[in-house]
Design a protein around this ligand. Structure first.
Ligand code: GLA
Length: 713
């Protein structure tokens, strides 16, 4: 080397100054490593989160190697982007904690290291002696699902008011140009938003008091070039049902931070202990699908507690769109018989069976069977349903009360919020923080569940809260926990005008979600595809709706409606009396197909495919063993080009051979005049070909679904 080209000193800097006092690493045994380090006794920072690092990596160097330089216009030392960035340390972005003493004085803590435990994950304790505050960070790693769980706890010697507490703050990857988060609306859940990273922040806050259609608490950060099937991605989910806040901020120096926590100011009382919900994290080098599969598996295998094996998901029939509030025993019996004949295995009696509930203006909270509609109680209907070999489920909206109800007349003080509040669907929320309210609801529900053979509750929540309130969410959780302890065999579906309460917090207490009030198969196809970034098949309810959809007015063929429902936990919601012979035959056949396959599908991964045709929304469901798969290729609209583009499959063994066949090949319309081989015969090909060339499907109409099955030979 020629010394003369060297500019400046090559002498080492005072390394001791920049060397970490502590470094810890978390590994999931093969897919990701997280390195956390701290300078002196200060709060620690995540200095690495990505592909696994070698076991013998020098973590001090990793820590130091992550530190950015200092130049003009900067402080003399860069403020730490720590697990809880501290306002008092000149941090230029949003702090991770905002709290006040009970008298209102702002607290500006500066935490110092206390202890670290490496048992069952990692627990780090920090303390601010003068302020009387302790901050605890907990990390757990699941080597099977590849999910890292992170949580922050704040403890105080004297009660404090909490404004904001972030779960452990993560650095935002620098290799990403954008982030994907999730919004939505009634009948339009799980809409993906891509936002470019830029200086400043993307701030999402859900102040509705429930998880909400509008702000599903999830985030994906794709690295440049990432698709569903390839590239790097980082995934986040905040498991809380009371409304969350997310900050994705790029600091002036270019660093990025991601914060998740409860919506701000939702703790109304001063207290000595607060904790965030768990933040679920995962890194993938196999595209968005790597994150999706981790979330799906973690939710299904770790979060949901199943009374029965998830492989036995029964086919549902739900009577809502058939009868609404108009309950008549002979009609319901007839509907149940017809539903059973098509293949239903669980009959769910929806809204309208209690109080004087003839429409949605009254009777919520009057949880007693309406003797006008059911003079002999529910037993005649339940026995009929059982005689058909179906189990029985029932609808409740436990946290709600109509001003026009006996209970509201008796206990107006049980409603949450002011007397003159704006109603939602003519109703108020009950104050779930009150033990007497919870006792009342528990007793009424227990009376119905205890006196009847009921194995399923559709648990609804049809309005937003008057204001965000963490105590309300904790009260709802406590009620569900108590009911589950008393009725451990009863499954619960989480519904909130469709998908308004879907998150890992509610799903640790429930087993199914009603993804959307839209039974429009076209809209469902898209929603199910995007929701699969987080939700597995086994917990995602999907029903075949009426011929003309009640929420979109669209008329779709039975075959498309049936296959879209068969992608997830299948059910029916139309009035079976409207089905003509062909519709009944198609539905019976698809339902039988679903029953033959639900066992392995309930434990399979959903892989979103990178369709070369934007009109085709496609996914591949495949068990972990990879020995078989089914591909659902839904054509959402007419393609721009005339012929279908080959559809590339994913995650197969390149060297293995697969037999692949088109399950519903007889559906090819007459306008498909050619002879693509799959239209006539199964093919035997390598995984390499299926992934690099892809299958050529026959021409088809828009609003149809090709179903392709395969097995490894
Ligand atoms: C909500 C649900 C529907 C149905 C009605 C009953 O809107 O999302 O599926 O249960 O309530 O009132």
């Amino acid at each position: 080397m020629d010394d003369r080209v060297l500019v400046g000193s090559t002498a080492p800097l005072a390394r001791a100054e920049s060397a970490p006092s502590h470094v810890w690493r978390l590994d999931d045994g093969g897919r990701q490593t997280l390195v956390i380090g701290a300078l002196r006794d200060r709060l620690p920072q995540v200095v690495y989160w990505g592909a696994p690092l070698p076991r013998d990596e020098d973590l001090s160097v990793i820590f130091e190697g992550a530190q950015i330089d200092i130049t003009g216009g900067m402080l003399d030392e860069n403020p730490d982007l720590s697990l809880c960035p501290e306002a008092v340390r000149t941090f230029p972005g949003q702090p991770g904690l905002i709290c006040r003493a009970q008298d209102g004085t702002p607290l500006l803590p500066k935490f110092c290291f206390e202890s670290a435990e490496k048992e069952a994950g990692l627990t780090l304790r920090y303390r601010d002696e003068a302020a009387g505050l302790r901050l605890i960070f907990r990390f757990g790693v699941d080597a099977q699902t590849r999910i890292i769980t992170a949580q922050t706890v704040l403890e105080a010697d004297a009660p404090v008011h909490l404004h904001w507490l972030a779960a452990p703050v993560m650095p935002g990857p620098q290799a990403a140009d954008e982030m994907i988060d999730v919004s939505g609306r009634w009948c339009g859940e799980f809409q993906m938003n891509r936002t470019a990273w830029s200086p400043g922040m993307r701030y999402r806050e859900n102040r509705t008091g429930r998880t909400g259609h509008e702000h599903f608490p999830g985030l994906m950060i794709p690295a440049r070039g990432c698709t569903n099937t390839q590239g790097e991605a980082w995934g986040f989910h905040y498991g809380w049902s009371g409304g969350h806040k997310m900050i994705a901020e790029e600091l002036p120096d270019g660093r990025r931070q991601i914060q998740f926590g409860h919506a701000a100011r939702m703790e109304h009382e001063a207290a000595t202990r607060f904790e965030t919900a768990p933040l679920y994290l995962t890194y993938s080098a196999t595209g968005l699908n790597g994150c999706a599969v981790s979330f799906q598996r973690h939710l299904r295998d770790r979060i949901v507690t199943w009374p029965k094996s998830p492989t036995e998901r029964p086919v549902h029939y739900n009577c809502w769109e058939a009868v609404y509030f108009d309950h008549s025993l002979p009609v319901l019996k007839d509907i149940a018989s017809r539903a059973a004949a098509i293949g239903a295995e669980r009959f769910v009696l929806d809204d309208g069976w209690f109080g004087q509930r003839d429409d949605d203006t009254r009777a919520l909270s009057d949880w007693e069977v309406d003797p006008r509609k059911y003079p002999d109680g529910l037993d005649p209907l339940i026995s009929h349903v059982h005689s058909l070999g179906m189990t029985f489920g029932i609808w409740f909206e436990p946290e709600m009360i109509n001003p026009d109800s006996d209970i509201h007349r008796l206990h107006p003080e049980w409603a949450l919020g002011s007397e003159d509040q704006t109603l939602g669907r003519n109703q108020k929320a009950m104050n779930m923080a009150r033990a007497d309210v919870r006792d009342f609801i528990f007793e009424r529900m227990a009376a119905i569940l205890g006196n009847h053979e009921i194995d399923y509750i559709k648990w609804d929540h049809n309005r937003v809260l008057p204001m965000p309130d963490a105590a309300q969410t904790r009260g709802s959780y406590a009620l569900i926990d108590r009911l589950r302890a008393a009725f451990p065999d009863v499954e619960i579906e989480s519904c909130a005008s469709g998908g308004g309460r879907i998150d890992f917090g509610i799903l640790s207490r429930t087993q199914r979600v009603w993804l959307s009030d839209s039974n429009d198969a076209l809209e469902r196809l898209r929603m199910q595809h995007d929701a699969a970034l987080f939700l597995p098949m086994a917990i995602t309810g999907s029903h075949v709706g009426p011929r003309q959809c009640h929420t979109s007015g669209r008329t779709l063929d039975i075959s498309f409606r049936a296959w879209v429902a068969a992608q997830r936990h299948m059910g029916f919601e139309m009035d079976p009396r409207e089905l003509d012979d062909r519709e009944e035959a198609v539905l019976t056949e698809v339902t039988a197909w679903w029953k033959r396959n639900r066992g392995w599908m309930a434990e399979a991964d959903i892989l979103r495919l990178d369709s070369s045709d934007p009109a085709v929304i496609a996914e591949q469901q495949m068990p972990r063993e990879g020995d078989r798969f089914v591909v659902f290729a839904g054509k959402s609209r007419t393609s721009a080009q005339i012929s279908p583009r080959p559809l590339r499959l994913a995650a197969l063994e390149p060297g293995a051979r697969y037999k692949v066949w088109l399950t519903n090949r007889i559906s090819a319309p007459a306008l498909s005049r050619g002879h693509p081989i799959l239209k006539h015969d199964p093919i035997e090909v390598s995984g390499a070909w299926l992934m690099s060339h892809g299958v050529t499907l026959p021409w088809s109409y828009p609003e149809t679904m090709w179903v392709l099955e395969g097995e490894r030979l």
